[in-house]
Design a protein around this ligand. Structure first.
Ligand SMILES: C[S@@+](CC[C@H](N)C(=O)[O-])C[C@H]1O[C@@H](n2cnc3c(N)ncnc32)[C@H](O)[C@@H]1O
Length: 238
């Protein structure tokens, strides 16, 4: 229900003509159907690049997506978004991800502390441990956030992203002990990336109002996504 509600919010908020898109990138879906639900049932016929560094997530996408986006050509890239070998197109009509920045920080921490299977096993204790580590060690925090930020900048220089759509809502639905720490650190990265786009909160607010008016979703369930400041929606303007 939550995944469908998230997917529907993206579907309503996006005002890109998907029929005209040649290349869409979906980043870090994991083993969930969220942002892909925004493309489900549309007339998108181009190339869908799905990038996720977790093997199980990639297998999931390979198995499940062909019946969801039947007309698209699906390219699964099972690697870091920032790997030099990634063959992302130079022109990206739409780059879409849901709540990826906290996972990107975790992904870097997992590599640093040799916990590479952290997403496959979803070990909440290990995840908490990593968040408290980066919260307590400010030098490590700065280094990891700078690294991810620099990598985004490199990606933005390599590929022209016409529309970047990402919602990084506050994790107030979750009871994990690290949630406040994770939100606080993630927000630093999110706001720096948002500043590299022409995102406009007033415009995003208008789209969210449209969503509130037209949606059948339970507004309470979807409330974390209704905050315009949680969205990046715009062209990358580097
Ligand atoms: C928890 S999962 C799915 C989260 C999903 N976006 C959602 O909203 O539920 C996070 C995924 O992000 C992927 N990930 C994080 N950083 C990444 C990176 N730099 N490159 C590729 N995949 C990354 C992980 O492999 C993992 O499968």
């Amino acid at each position: 229900m939550w995944d469908t509600a998230v997917g529907n919010s993206y579907k309503t908020v996006i005002d890109v003509d998907l029929a005209l898109c040649k290349n869409i990138v979906e980043f870090a879906p994991g083993k969930r159907f969220k942002t892909i639900n925004a493309i489900r049932g549309t007339s998108f016929k181009g190339n869908l690049y799905v990038v996720d560094g977790d093997k199980e997530a990639c297998e999931f996408v390979k198995r499940q997506y062909p019946s969801i986006v039947t007309s698209a050509k699906i390219n699964v890239i099972c690697d870091s978004l920032f790997s030099h070998s990634n063959k992302l197109p130079k022109e990206i009509d739409l780059f879409i991800a849901n709540h990826p920045f906290d996972d990107m920080i975790l992904y870097e921490l997992a590599i640093r502390f040799n916990e590479k299977d952290i997403f496959s096993f979803n070990d909440e204790n290990k995840i908490s441990e990593l968040w408290f580590k980066i919260n307590d060690d400010k030098e490590l925090q700065e280094e990891i956030l700078d690294k991810i930020y620099d990598n985004w900048v490199t990606l933005f220089k390599k590929s022209n992203i016409k529309k970047l759509i990402i919602c990084q809502y506050i994790s107030n639905r979750y009871s994990a002990p690290h949630k406040d720490v994770a939100d606080k650190i993630t927000y630093k990265l999110f706001s720096k990336i948002k500043a590299l786009t022409d995102s406009n909160n007033v415009k995003i607010g208008e789209r969210l109002n449209r969503f509130k008016e037209n949606s059948n979703e339970d507004i309470k369930v979807i409330s974390p996504l209704l905050d315009c400041s949680a969205w990046i929606y715009g062209k990358v303007i580097l």
